[in-house]
Design a protein around this ligand. Sequence first.
Ligand SMILES: [Zn+2]
Length: 188
Amino acid sequence: MNNTENKSPTGRLELICGPMFAGKTTELIRRLDAARSAQEITLAMKPAKDTRYAHQELVTHAGGRTRASAVATASDILAAIGDARVIGIDEAHFFGAQLSAVCLKLVALGRRVIVVGLEFDHRGDMFEPFPTLLAHSNDTTRITGVCSACGGASIYSQRMVVSAERIHVGGVGDYEPRCAACFIPSAR
Ligand SMILES: [Zn+2]
């Protein structure tokens, strides 16, 4: 076992990135279920701003679900972890740059942190926590979606509605996964 890269022998940062509707939350729930089966104490967190589905659950677009705590800010995550060893954080892009320091702190405390989110906004720019999180990640899984225009592998999320907000909480119809050739960044 090689743990020399971690401050703690057990701390670990895992990233699950990809566009909307690629199955990111499904993969998070699978990893949390597996950790619980191995007798680990797990905790799932989500931003309180994400109001699309149930407040105290992670819910996938396909209907999968697991219990989750909704928190307003990244620092609220630190206050909520208790003795959880494995911490899943969904919709990481909602938390902004502050999430990076929180995740690094959790890893230093010996926790396994699994972060899920969109790395690119509707303009194709990276959401703030991701450049730092990608640099510090022990394991990064990039899940591609199926481009809604050509069927190719997609990493971008095309916004289909007009909104001035960088984050527009949307579901089916508001975003489509798109490949680099078919992605049209929103106007600046
Ligand atoms: Zn395409």
